[in-house]
Design a protein around this ligand. Structure first.
Ligand SMILES: [Zn+2]
Length: 73
């Protein structure tokens, strides 16, 4: 399952860090962040609960970039 989320982030460097953090999160098969479009595309592993996984993705992203936002709820 793939979903696309609107995000807020201040620069391409932080967007890249968010992408890496998302990729490392359990339940995420693949993730990519488009800084120009301010979108995060996430492919979930089979059986993963997208909202629960996104809670973890958001937490991981907030750790590296406290001002970032992911609109996933
Ligand atoms: Zn930044």
């Amino acid at each position: 399952m793939k979903k696309t989320y609107k995000i807020e982030v201040d620069c391409a460097n932080c967007a890249n860090k968010m992408e890496l953090a998302a990729k490392k999160t359990e339940g995420v098969k693949d993730a990519s962040v488009n800084f120009m479009a301010l979108k995060m595309k996430v492919e979930f592993q089979d059986g993963a609960d997208p909202e629960a996984v996104m809670d973890q993705v958001f937490r991981a992203c907030r750790k590296i970039e406290p001002d970032c936002e992911i609109y996933y709820k």
